[in-house]
Design a protein around this ligand. Structure first.
Ligand SMILES: Cc1cc2nc3c(=O)[nH]c(=O)nc-3n(C[C@H](O)[C@H](O)[C@H](O)COP(=O)(O)OP(=O)(O)OC[C@H]3O[C@@H](n4cnc5c(N)ncnc54)[C@H](O)[C@@H]3O)c2cc1C
Length: 387
């Protein structure tokens, strides 16, 4: 597949093992996801067996340490995964969140027992992961969550409601943000890894009817007196949840930016091919100087976005990516993504508004990138604190 940007692969990414992994992801997506994309969109969810097949193909949680059943990769493999999935238009499959957001919480903060128990299941697809922070009354302001986890004998009882949860229709391993000490502000927040199979009091709401990302099962989740063992608490003690969330956010935000670059590449590839083929006033649309200048601008913007993602990735690998820089990547790259795809729709004319054209779907799917993972306004708040 041609790359419309041709940004040279940086040294940290250009490794044989990463290239082999990237080919495996692309092969899997082309065989198992894209041919069924329309059906997944209609049903609002990918088939459950996709997760097991992906596990068997060795593409789930590539950065999981080998001693816990993983391939012992790192962010390079995550990067290759996000780029492949976005470039091929399989972003309705919530595996990026499973791989690079949910699972890392376990190896960063879990006990030896928790890692041994949960990670192999996340790698094989026996567990599908989700992270439940947002509630009907609390999104950007996470300290305002109302879900509680009260000590009860040897365990905890969780009560609360979550909404907009990616993989919410499928997930059976859910990291739940809850207050263990509601009066203690952010120090009263803890994370619980809840294994939901057969769990009494746990209920999924409807799959939410979204504008885009229609193949992704975004759902409400309800916890009514849900009893979990003490071992569900992530980390050695209560009250660590907020710090744990803050530490993981840079990678989560960079992931969104990388996916945005992947989608921009796809939109550019589709649009360049389209304007070369489509004729108006007796010549191909690419022959108009406006088309050439627009595409020149878009290619420039997407190139800058990719280069900045490379810069942030290098810093992430070196352990020096700070939250404000990751926020810059998330806000700027997703803003560029939405503007770029909107221009691509324009260059397609009326066909760009038809769902059968990939660019129309990209237009719908891209919009949420400015909202989830922390809204772009919250990103600017983080950046402005460094001024
Ligand atoms: C498709 C989809 C998938 C999602 N997946 C998940 C998931 O897997 N897990 C999960 O926990 N959540 C998920 N979310 C939720 C998402 O992270 C939240 O929607 C997001 O953080 C914003 O919260 P909110 O919707 O409550 O908006 P609000 O916080 O109510 O914000 C409303 C508006 O006010 C602005 N605003 C808020 N505070 C400030 C401020 N201090 N300064 C300036 N402006 C401000 C916001 O930027 C926004 O424009 C998902 C959402 C969607 C749409």
């Amino acid at each position: 597949m041609s790359d419309p940007l041709n940004v040279p692969k940086p040294e940290w990414l250009d490794r044989e093992d990463v290239n082999i992994f990237s080919d495996a992801v692309r092969g899997f997506v082309e065989k198992e996801i894209t041919p069924h994309g329309d059906r997944f969109e209609k049903q609002g969810i990918v088939d459950r067996e996709i997760w097991n097949k992906a596990g068997a193909a060795g593409i789930l949680v590539p950065a999981c340490p080998e001693e816990y059943g993983g391939a012992g990769g790192d962010w390079r493999h995550d990067y290759a995964f996000h780029m492949a999935v976005a470039e091929l238009g399989a972003d309705g499959w919530g595996a990026s969140l499973h791989n690079s957001i949910v699972a890392p919480y376990v190896w960063h903060y879990g006990s030896e027992e928790q890692k041994k128990d949960w990670l192999p299941k996340l790698v094989s697809g026996e567990y599908v992961g989700a992270i439940a922070m947002t509630e009907p009354g609390a999104g950007s302001d996470l300290q305002g969550v109302k879900t509680t986890a009260k000590k009860d004998g040897n365990g905890y009882v969780i009560n609360g409601a979550k909404t907009f949860i990616t993989n919410g229709g499928t997930a059976n391993f859910i990291i739940v943000v809850a207050k263990t000490d509601p009066g203690a502000g952010h120090q009263g927040v803890s994370l619980f890894c809840v294994e939901t199979d057969g769990l009494e009091g746990f209920r999924r709401g409807r799959l939410l009817d979204k504008v885009g990302m229609k193949g992704q099962d975004t759902a409400e989740l309800f916890f009514d007196n849900v009893k979990v063992p003490a071992s569900a608490l992530l980390g050695p003690e209560e009250g660590q949840g907020f710090v744990q969330l803050m530490q993981q956010l840079p990678q989560e935000r960079l992931q969104i930016a990388v996916q945005a670059v992947g989608m921009m590449k796809r939109a550019l590839r589709e649009t360049i091919a389209y304007v070369k083929e489509r004729n108006a006033f007796g010549k191909p649309v690419i022959a108009f100087q406006n088309t050439q200048f627009k595409l020149a601008e878009l290619k420039t913007q997407a190139t800058i976005a990719e280069v900045f993602c490379h810069h942030c990735s290098e810093r992430l690998l070196a352990g020096t990516l700070d939250a404000p820089t990751a926020a810059m990547a998330k806000y700027w790259v997703t803003d560029v993504q939405c503007a770029l795809i909107d221009e691509c729709v324009q260059l397609h004319g009326g066909y760009g508004y038809m769902n059968e054209y990939p660019v129309a779907r990209m237009w719908r799917d891209s919009r949420v990138q400015r909202i989830y993972g922390g809204t772009n306004e919250i990103m600017k708040l983080l950046i402005s604190r460094t001024l």
